[in-house]
Design a protein around this ligand. Structure first.
Ligand code: TXA
Ligand code: MG
Length: 317
């Protein structure tokens, strides 16, 4: 089992020798490797059991570093970075030849992100290469929001987990594609659509469709716990005995006996987002026969929460 701690120098040493390291970010924990070393990157795909058609996000310390890996940096990227980087936003940009094909899955673009976590920013500053890092979960399962989640599932694959405490945002980054004529959102995430649109002064197309996805991580079967989840207004005819409820802020009045998981008693979407993945793991451990899921308000982070819940509901075992 891997070590865990707050020693960035040790994490850097492992990464320089081509090993995998779990890294904290404000969104979810990443499974990191040297993005410029195809052999190290191949270990990520192997550890996650991730199909090679699903490209990885490249993490850098600042925009000057980001520019090193792009053939062209659009003005919109600078405009957004001024406000949101470091932060929960990934830019899809035209890549240059420094980025191995395995990282971009053969696409001509690369996803770049400047994560907002002091330990990982310090780590990136020590390295002379960027870090390719998908979420540190087996492909298709819920993303990790603590170092322990990474150890539990990928402890054998990583040399070290840099422990930065529980992730503050708790949902993966929002992905915006800046490689075409018009900006498009490919994944709803930790930065709300409203904030992006307000900054850009325009409505954004949202293309998170799961058939033939541009961001393959948006496949329907994703973020999937093992327990069966259903929207609470779409009940099966026969209800099993051992039912649970996953709620936003108030317990479900009709199910006093079942287990209830309430994400934010105060009704804070940010708090609900930060707890969602840890609670889905708790639910998996409790193994109810069925969990009824409340739909969140379709605003701010509620959109991204609904997106993750939709995938969990559709794909429950
Ligand atoms: O918050 C996050 O973004 C976390 C942390 C660790 O940074 N990372 C993360 O990575 O969620 P991952 O691999 O689980 O999800 C990355 C998503 C995938 O859906 C992938 O298809 C998409 O980004 N993606 C990466 N590069 C892309 C590209 N060039 N074009 C389109 N989509 C891309
Ligand atoms: Mg992921």
């Amino acid at each position: 089992m891997a070590n865990t701690g707050t020693d960035e120098a040790l994490a850097a040493q492992h990464l320089r020798s081509g090993k995998l390291v779990g890294i904290p970010t404000e969104t979810v924990y990443g499974l990191a490797a040297n993005a410029l070393d195809p052999i190290a990157v191949a270990r990520i795909f192997e550890a996650k059991n991730r199909p090679a058609f699903d490209p990885l996000i490249v993490h850098v310390a600042n925009m000057a570093e980001a520019q090193k890996y792009c053939s062209h940096m659009p003005d919109l990227a600078f405009q957004l970075a001024e406000k949101f980087s470091p932060g929960p936003l990934t830019y899809i940009l035209p890549k240059n030849q420094l980025i191995p094909d395995l990282v971009s899955s053969g696409h001509s673009t690369v996803g770049i992100r400047i994560p907002n976590h002091p330990l990982t920013l310090a780590l990136l500053q020590q390295l002379d290469f960027p870090l390719a890092a998908p979420s540190a979960n087996p492909f298709g399962y819920v993303s990790p929001t603590t170092a322990q989640h990474v150890l539990d599932q990928l402890g054998k694959a990583v040399a070290y987990v840099l422990d930065g405490g529980p992730c503050e945002v708790g949902l993966e980054s929002t992905i915006i594609d800046l490689s075409g004529d018009q900006p498009r959102v490919l994944r709803l995430g930790g930065l709300s659509l409203e904030e992006l649109e307000a900054t850009l002064g325009q409505k954004l197309a949202v293309q998170t469709s799961s058939s033939n996805p541009k961001a393959p991580g948006m496949l329907v079967k994703h973020y999937a716990p093992n327990v069966v989840l259903r929207w609470e207004n779409d009940l099966p005819e026969q209800l099993p005995q051992n039912i649970g409820c996953l709620r936003f802020s108030a317990p479900h009045a009709a199910f006093t006996t079942g287990r209830q998981w309430v994400l934010s008693p105060n009704g804070s979407l940010a708090e609900a987002a930060s707890r969602l993945f840890a609670v889905l793991r708790e639910i998996d451990q409790a193994k109810p026969d069925l969990v009824l899921v409340e739909r969140f308000p379709e605003t701010g982070l509620g959109r991204a929460i609904n997106d993750r819940l939709k995938r969990a509901v559709q794909s429950g075992a």
